[in-house]
Unconditional design. Structure first.
Length: 174
């Protein structure tokens, strides 16, 4: 009698592959081409699990979900640029306060907050992310590696910068 045997391995009992099931097709294609996940194929195989090819081609999602070291490097540099503008506005406010003696433009606490935030922003949210961005972009190319080690951890790192920038402002303002 034909039919699924309870003793067969779980993979054989999976439903047949449909032409419309592009996500699974893509995943299987990656496996066929590059073998099972063994540490060298993790990125492509994992991405194939997560997004359909159509989803991956959409530029916004492609950038937001990227684990590619060059894109992450560019995202770091764009983040640094955004915070450079914020740090620059803070510097401008400090300068306006100091433009004449005994100026009452800013309250003393506000001035202190701006001073601290300007210094913190410029060092931790501009200078360091800019260095990370350049390093992410060029270092794998320099050593001939395909990507950084732990690319998804690398992607998490870039997203923690704006989160941290927001958090430090919420706390410093209290
Ligand atoms: C990469 C790092 C930094 C950059 C690019 C930067 C940039 C600037 C710029 C463009 C100004 C305006 C200058 C002016 O109007 O005369 C400024 C002012 C100032 N910055 Fe920074 N800054 C950086 C780091 C820091 C740090 C770490 C601190 C202190 C913790 C700091 C404290 C100040 C103060 C007090 C002023 C006002 C000085 C004044 O206008 O007399 N800055 N900064």
């Amino acid at each position: 009698m034909e039919g699924p045997s309870p003793n067969r391995p779980a993979a054989d009992r999976r439903p047949p592959l449909l032409a419309t099931d592009t996500r699974r097709q893509d995943c299987l294609r990656h496996r066929g081409r590059e073998g099972e996940m063994n540490g060298t194929t993790t990125i492509t195989a994992t991405v194939a699990h997560l997004l359909t090819p159509a989803e991956r081609q959409h530029w916004k999602l492609a950038w937001l979900s990227s684990v590619d070291h060059k894109r992450i490097g560019i995202l770091y540099m764009l983040t640094a640029l955004a915070f450079f503008v914020i740090g620059g506005i803070e510097a401008l406010l400090i300068r306006l306060q100091l433009i004449v003696p005994n100026n009452t433009l800013l309250a003393p606490d506000t001035y202190n907050w701006l001073f601290t935030m300007h210094g913190t922003t410029m060092i931790f949210l501009v200078a360091m992310p800019a260095v990370f961005g350049i390093a992410n972009y060029v270092l794998p190319l320099q050593i001939g590696a395909r990507d950084m080690a732990f690319p998804r951890l690398n992607a998490l790192g870039v997203w923690l910068v704006p989160f941290g920038g927001r958090l430090v402002r919420v706390h410093a303002a209290e």
